[in-house]
Design a protein around this ligand. Structure first.
Ligand SMILES: Nc1ncnc2c1ncn2[C@@H]1O[C@H](COP(=O)(O)OP(=O)(O)OP(=O)(O)O)[C@@H](O)[C@H]1O
Ligand SMILES: [Mg+2]
Length: 229
């Protein structure tokens, strides 16, 4: 039987940025539900608020109103420490530019979230090796990011996001920086590894062809999120 608790849910989510120039409302009452094993594309024009939405869903920024639940647990009201523990245990992030640690090898970058989560180094290394193997990077484990191609770096970033077996992956234009052919390969690999693991996947992309590889497509416009099929 499938698990009825959504891996990620938001209700009435709003965000208004206030600075010296005035107030800018980027999101109005956004609702989203992502079930286990489900993949969702978020599309929309530049400046529509897609990255803002992912930051709120991942607890990286606070909403002006509304609530977010990760695996049935509310992010609202958690302190920074608790929120970062929930991020480490339940969520995985992938960015347009890999954000890998340049001083560490591919293997060490992938093992990092497990070490931060308190796993013994030997077990973290084994899990990183299995992930490198799964991503076709077994021969690249000892390379640092500067010695890897752009596509390889993004695959390491995918490995780092997935190694903790998070309930949901949040990816912000994860292949936006790659040539079209490599982008499709890396994107496919992300979708495959996520679906094998049964978690949720939310991907911001500007590419409608890549969005077609996911279960559902949503478009953000005028601060509102709507089905776009
Ligand atoms: N910290 C901030 N303070 C003020 N305004 C902000 C802040 N962050 C984002 N914005 C504004 O919010 C709007 C949405 O930004 P966001 O980065 O979410 O867009 P996006 O849909 O991800 O765009 P892109 O496709 O270009 O990445 C933009 O108009 C941006 O200028
Ligand atoms: Mg963005």
């Amino acid at each position: 039987m499938s698990d009825p608790t959504p891996v990620l849910e938001a209700r009435g989510l709003g965000k208004t940025y206030v600075d010296a120039g005035g107030a800018l409302t980027v999101l109005h009452n956004v609702d989203i539900t992502v079930k286990a094993g489900e993949s969702v594309a978020v599309m929309g024009a530049s400046g529509a608020g897609k990255s803002t939405l992912l930051h709120l869903l991942g607890g990286l920024d606070a909403a002006s109103h509304g609530e977010v639940w990760v695996d049935g647990r509310s992010l609202t009201g958690l302190g920074e420490r608790e929120r970062s523990r929930m991020r480490n245990q339940s969520l995985g992030f992938i960015y347009q530019f890999h954000h890998l640690l340049d001083e560490f090898t591919a293997r060490e970058n992938i093992a990092m979230p497990l070490l931060i989560g308190g796993l013994a180094p030997a077990s973290a290394g084994e899990a990183a090796d299995a992930m490198l193997d799964r991503l076709g990077l077994a021969a690249r484990g000892h390379h640092k990011p500067g010695q890897l191609s752009g596509g390889e770096r993004q695959r390491v970033a995918i490995g780092r996001a997935l190694v903790t077996r998070p309930r949901c992956i949040l990816a912000d234009e994860p292949t936006g920086n790659l040539d079209p052919h490599t982008a499709e390969q890396v994107f496919q690999q992300l979708v495959e590894v996520c679906s094998e693991r049964g978690g949720g996947l939310v991907v911001v992309t500007h590419n409608p062809q890549l969005a077609r590889l996911l279960d559902r497509r949503l478009t953000l416009a005028d601060g509102r999120l709507a089905d776009s099929d």
